[in-house]
Design a protein around this ligand. Structure first.
Ligand code: NAD
Length: 436
């Protein structure tokens, strides 16, 4: 079965589920487009192209859950593991109604490149459950998380595959993953999941890490232009974990956050939005509808508004070929995974917009997840300063490598980032060879 662009299923049978086929979703094809475009220029052995094109494994599970009203609802869950040549699989778990097999396969592939680009000893994975977490009670969410964890248990573990939070999940969900896994194996296993609450072996600084990494990478890029964050006018799409912390940290460094949107609504204030106050309002209500300050703005208006920097931090494919020609910002920072379609990317390049790509810009989350994994295995915990310093070091090193590659081969940052990441993964594959 395939998918239409609106993600409804088509009747065309998919003969090969894992290798890219025309009936696979646009997002999965976009992930391939970015990979193929760079791979073909790299003079690598074509054999690894085949290997790297498809995930190693995709597990689809059915999760029956008793709802509060006594009924039983069955939720579909996925865990896609793309490549583990460089270490155990690692990647988030997403709870959303739009989760589907192609999406987790694409996100797992992106995660492989991201982990390699920031030089973490991990491969890439992604999981998700088709559900609307906003409509589940706390008890229902816990039962769903525990059932999903037990269903994917055979393929996760501290040295196999280490999940983390993604859209629609948080540290509480990770605490349930930890507890379910630990109960099943008979001992507390801190290394099985990251993004846990700090009191349960989580790392300080993990919650804000993706937003902090966005800030680190943007600051490093601006430095190459002899500019800094102070005084820039920034619009942020998506006001969840990533969007909120990115906006908050940029605001504290002197940027003016002039627009913020979430799924249902948005606010625009030329004088600057009070990010903490808007964050409090959003956390209490789950949206920004009727926020008492500023004007209301749509997602499309945000992306095309008059600002210096636009940060898509919501979900994939929001920056489309229809929107790209109207983007006025000169810098676009991909805090979300896969927000820019290949066609839009081309338009932005032609229009001279600098794109800081997702596999670089939002790698701060997995980087601090790596710190958390290391701390959990050692039962020795770092303070906030150490986490922030180590994160900054890794993000700046990654940016410097991408910047140098872009200069060396005269290409855009996405091409440079993919070139570095793919060559590291392909080299690991080559050195390991094939088993048996
Ligand atoms: P979240 O669920 O905490 O927040 C998502 C936000 O985006 C919400 O404000 C939601 O209302 C908004 N949104 C969702 N769909 C939208 C749409 N179609 N248009 C406009 N707004 C929309 O999720 P998050 O953890 O902040 O993740 C956001 C993005 O960042 C995702 O692409 C995710 O994969 C990526 N990411 C997250 C992490 C992490 O550590 N959480 C790390 C790396 C990348």
């Amino acid at each position: 079965m395939g998918y239409n662009s609106d993600m409804t299923a088509t009747s065309t049978p998919t003969t090969d589920l894992l290798r890219p086929q025309p009936e696979h979703s646009k997002f999965w094809q976009n992930a391939h487009h970015y990979f193929d475009r760079v791979y073909q220029t790299m003079n690598l052995d074509p054999i690894w192209r085949e290997v790297l094109s498809s995930p190693k494994r995709v597990l689809i599970v059915s999760c029956p859950v008793r709802m509060d009203d006594g009924s039983i609802q069955v939720f579909t869950g996925y865990r896609a593991q793309h490549n583990h040549a460089r270490g155990p699989f690692k990647g988030g778990i997403r709870f959303d109604t739009s989760v589907n097999r192609d999406e987790v396969m694409a996100l797992a592939m992106l995660q492989t490149w991201k982990n390699a680009l920031v030089d973490l000893p991990f491969g890439g994975a992604k999981g998700g459950v088709v559900c609307d977490p906003r409509k589940l009670s706390l008890g229902e969410k816990e039962r769903l998380t525990r059932r999903y964890t037990s269903e994917i248990l055979p393929i996760i573990g501290p040295f196999q595959d280490i999940p983390a939070p993604d859209a629609g999940t948080d540290s509480q969900v990770m605490a349930w993953v930890l507890d379910t896994y630990s109960m099943m194996v008979g001992h507390q296993e801190l290394g099985v999941v990251t993004g846990k609450p700090v009191t349960l072996g989580g790392s300080v600084g993990r919650e804000e890490a993706t937003g902090r990494g966005v800030m680190n990478v943007l600051r490093a890029f601006l430095a190459t232009q002899n500019k800094n964050i102070e005084g820039t006018r920034i619009a942020v799409q998506g006001f969840g974990n990533v969007g909120f912390h990115a906006a908050r940290l940029l605001d504290t460094r002197g940027a003016t956050i002039i627009a913020i949107t979430e799924r249902a609504s948005g606010i625009y204030d030329e004088k600057g939005i009070d990010v903490d106050a808007a964050g409090l309002y959003y956390r209490e209500r789950g949206n920004l509808v009727d926020y008492p300050h500023g004007d209301s703005i749509t997602n499309e208006e945000l992306l095309t508004c008059d600002c210096d920097i636009v940060i898509p931090a919501a979900t994939e494919s929001t920056v489309t070929e229809e929107i790209a020609p109207h983007i006025k910002a000169r810098i676009l920072v991909e805090a979300a995974n896969g927000p820019t379609t290949p066609q839009a990317d081309e338009i932005l390049r032609e229009n001279g917009v600098t794109v800081l790509p997702d596999i670089l810009a939002n790698a701060g989350g997995v980087t601090v997840s790596y710190f958390e994994w290391v701390q959990g295995l050692q039962n020795f915990f770092w303070d906030a300063k150490q986490v922030q310093n180590e994160l900054q070091k890794i993000m700046e090193q990654a940016f410097a490598a991408v910047n140098a590659k872009a200069d060396e081969v005269d290409c855009d940052y996405r091409t440079a980032a993919y070139t570095i990441a793919i060559s590291r993964v392909a080299e690991a594959c080559r050195l390991k060879g094939l088993f048996p």
